[in-house]
Write a protein that binds this ligand. Sequence first.
Ligand SMILES: [Zn+2]
Length: 674
Amino acid sequence: MLVTALLSVAVAAVASAPDESWPGGDPTVNPGTDFFLFANGGWLKENPIPADRVGFSMATLLSISAASKVRALLEEAAATSAEQPVFEPGKVGAYYAAFMDEQRVEFLGATPLDRSLRQIRQASSREELARLMGHADSSFHGSLFKLWIEPDSRRPERYAIYLGQGGLGSLDRDIYLAEDAAELRDAYRQYIARLLSLVSWDNSEAMAAQVVEFETQIAARSWTAADERDESKIYNPTGIAKLAGETPEFPWRAYLQGANLASAGTLIVVDRSAVPALAGLYSKTPIAVLKAWAALHLTDDAAPFLSHDFADAWFDLHGRRLQGAQIQSPRWQRALVQVSGGGSKDLDDSRGAMGDAVGRLYTQRWFQARSRETLRVLVDELKTTLRATISASAWMSAGAKAEAFKKLDVYRVEIGAPEHGDEYPGLVIRRDDLFGDVERATAYAWRQDRDRLHHPTDRARWTMTPQTVNAYNYAPFSEVVFTAALLQPPAFDPTQDSALTYGGIGAIIGHELTHGFDDVGRRFDATGHTRDWWSTTDNAHFAGNAATLIALFAGCEAAPGVHVDGHLTLGENIADIGGLQLAFAAYHASLHGRPAPVIDGLTGDQRFFLGFAKLRRGHRRSQALRTDVTSDPHTPDACRVNEDVRNVDGWYDAFGVTPASPLFIAADHRFVLW
Ligand SMILES: [Zn+2]
C-alpha cells in the first residue's frame, strides 16, 4: 500500500500533444529515436556545463543543494572553532578554516613537504623505499600497492586486510596504453617535470620521462576495472609468509611494517597476477627512478593543500587537461570536499576527513524524520513487488526462488543517517596547519581501520556519509542504504504526482534492491556469504541474458568514438533495468485498477518514464566521458536512459514506439531478469 502523502491530487487536464508539455524536453526529437533527448534536450540546452565543472546533471543540482547546506554548517563551525577546539564541531570548523586560510598556505610554500621529501632522498635501498610505501595510508607517500581494511567479503562477520595493485599516477590505466593518447601522456610528463622542479629534484626533465615509462609498465601489468568486478577472481586469501616466499622480489615485511601491519597473518590479494608482476617490475627498476616516482606521488598527492604554484599545476593537469574543466572550483568547495566528503561524480566521492562528524551536524539540522517513514513505505512496496515478480519468474528454479525470498526477507533498509558513525576523539586539528591536518586525519582513519581488525564487523557503520547524495546496496551485510541528502527534491518529493515518484525515487529503490541479484550480488546468500545457490539451468539462463545485455550496451556511444564497456557496467545495467521494471509494476499496483489521471496532457505511464529520464538528466565533457567508460561501472546518462527504457514493455505503449523506431527491440529480445 502506498502512503497517501505520496499521491498528489489528480488534475484532469485538456489533452495536448505529450511532447509539448514536458518541461525540459525537446519536442522536435522522436521518443523512439532518442528518448533521453526527447525528455531532456531542452534542459541540456538551458544548462550548459559551468566552466569549473566537468559535468552538470540532476545529481550535480542535488549535490549543490546539499553542499550549500554543509557550507553553512562549516562556516558557522569555523566562526566558533577557536572557543572549543577539542569538541567535534570545533574541530570540523578548524579544519575548514585551515583550508580557507590561503595566506598561511602561501606563506608555507613547499615547506610542509620537507620531512617526507627528506625521507625519500635518504632512502638508499628498495627495502627502505618499500617501508615508506607502507606509510601510504597514513601520510602523503605513494605506493606500488594498495592496502585497505573492510569486511571480509566471504566472512562478513569479521574484517580483512586487502592487497591490490597500485602505483599508477594521474592517468587512467587505459590512457597509459592507448595509441591515440600520446598527447595526454606528454601533458602528464610535463606536469611531472613541473612538480619535480618545484621541489628541486635533480634532473627533473629526464626523470619525468622515466617515471612515465615506469608507470606505463605498471599499467601494462594492471587489471582493468572490468576484471576487478569478478568476485571469483579477486578473492585470494594469502598468508604473508606465502606471499613473501612466492614473490621475493618485493620486500613485503618492510612494507607491512611501514603500514603497522607487521603482525598480520593473511591478506586477501585482489589482482592475483598483477601483484607478482608489479613486484618483479619493482626489483628491476633503478632506484633513482623509484625515488623520483616516490617524490612525484608525494607531491601530486599533497599539491591541492600547498601554495598556488602546486595547486595550479595540479588543476592544469587533473582539472583542465584530463577532465576538461576550464576554471578551478571555488576554494570553499574544495575545502568542503576535503572536510565533509563529496556528493556526485564531479566532486570527490570519499568520506571526507571528518565526514561522519559533518553528517551529524547535517542530519540534526536538515534531515526530516518523517522523510524516513515515507521512504520506508515505498521501499516496502517495491520489496513486495520484487517478491511477486520473482515468484512469477518463468525460468527460476523453485530452490533459487526460495533462497531469493530468504534474501529479500533479511534486507536491512537504512534511511537518512547511520545509527552511529565514525568518531574522532584523539584527532588533533590545527587552524594554522592544513597539510598537517590532512596528514593526521589520514593517519587517524588508518589507525581506526587497523583497530577494527580486532572486533566483529560494525553493521551500523555506513560506507557513505549522510550528506552524500547517493544510495547503495552492500551484499555482505544484506543492506540497502539511502542517504539523507538523496531525500530532497527533485529526487524525493512527497508532494509531487505519484507517477513521477515511482519513475524517480521508485526506480532508484528498485535499482538498489535489484543489485542483490545482479551478476555480483547474486553470488551472496541471505547470510551475506558467497555461495552458489542457483541451479545449473538458472546459471545458464542468467549467463545468456547477461551476454545479451553486455552486447546491447557495448553498442552505445557515450560520445563520438567513446563506447560503453558492457562488461564493466553489467551490474549497474541489470540494476537499472530490473529497477525500472519493478518501479513500473509497483506504480501500476498502486493504482488499484483505477485509470491513472492525465496531467498536463501526459498519461500516467508517460509521466513515469519521463520522470525516470528527468532524474538522469545530465552531460559530461568528452574528456571526462573517456575516463568514465573505462573506470566507472555506471553507464553514462544518455546511453543509460535509452538502453533502459527500450527494455521495458510499457514504454512502447506509452510513446507509441513501433518496429520502425531505432530504439525498438522485439518483445522476446528485451532483457527480463526474472
Ligand atoms: Zn548501482
